[in-house]
Design a protein around this ligand. Structure first.
Ligand SMILES: Cc1cc2nc3c(=O)[nH]c(=O)nc-3n(C[C@H](O)[C@H](O)[C@H](O)COP(=O)(O)O)c2cc1C
Length: 160
């Protein structure tokens, strides 16, 4: 069955996931690999990767997901905050709202993704206290992600 891997990635985290998806699937059936593009709509199955912006997928991916009609879709994404699985579930819930009821959801996967150093500097300038500490701890935790384990888990989820 033909498939497409479509992803948006500003700083490369989601692109790493997209490459892991590509490596876990049979290459000859890949119709499209790259940023959101109408060409990907020809595939029966679409692996759609997003980065988290304001608690949902980025605008470019939201627009693309809305253009799907009757394909099967596997959603994958990265987010700066990663402590609680419930947070990922909340994001995925918002991302799913972009899908028409005729689109079949095959699976989902999310992991944490590192953020630019400027974000840490912003946290450092916050008023000292538990909130600042939590932000800094999360930032430092995110630094290593996506890691090999994240990519292996994604590959396993994709192979179903
Ligand atoms: C403008 C902007 C907004 C962001 N908003 C969120 C957010 O609401 N929640 C979150 O967990 N991470 C947020 N992040 C962090 C990114 O989603 C995260 O670092 C992601 O892995 C980036 O993926 P990319 O490297 O593929 O661009 C934001 C990052 C930027 C630059």
């Amino acid at each position: 069955m033909s498939y497409a891997i479509v992803y948006s990635s500003r700083t490369g985290n989601t692109e790493q996931l997209a490459r892991a998806v590509r490596e876990s699937l049979p290459g000859q059936e890949c119709l499209y690999f790259g940023p959101p593009d109408e060409a990907a709509l020809e595939a029966q199955t679409v692996y759609a990767g997003f980065w988290t912006d304001k608690g949902s997928c980025d605008e470019e991916m939201a627009h693309f997901l809305k253009s799907l009609t009757n394909q099967s879709v596997f959603l994958f994404g990265t987010a700066g905050f990663g402590g609680a699985p419930a947070y990922f579930e909340q994001i995925l819930g918002r991302v799913r709202e972009n899908l028409a009821p005729t689109v079949c959801l095959l699976g989902e996967y999310m992991c944490q993704g590192k953020m630019p150093q400027t974000v840490r500097e912003r946290y450092e300038s916050m008023e000292a206290g538990p909130r600042r500490d939590a932000m800094l701890t999360n930032f430092d935790q995110a630094k290593a992600h996506p890691d090999e384990r994240d990519l292996a888990q994604l590959a396993a989820a994709v192979r179903g």
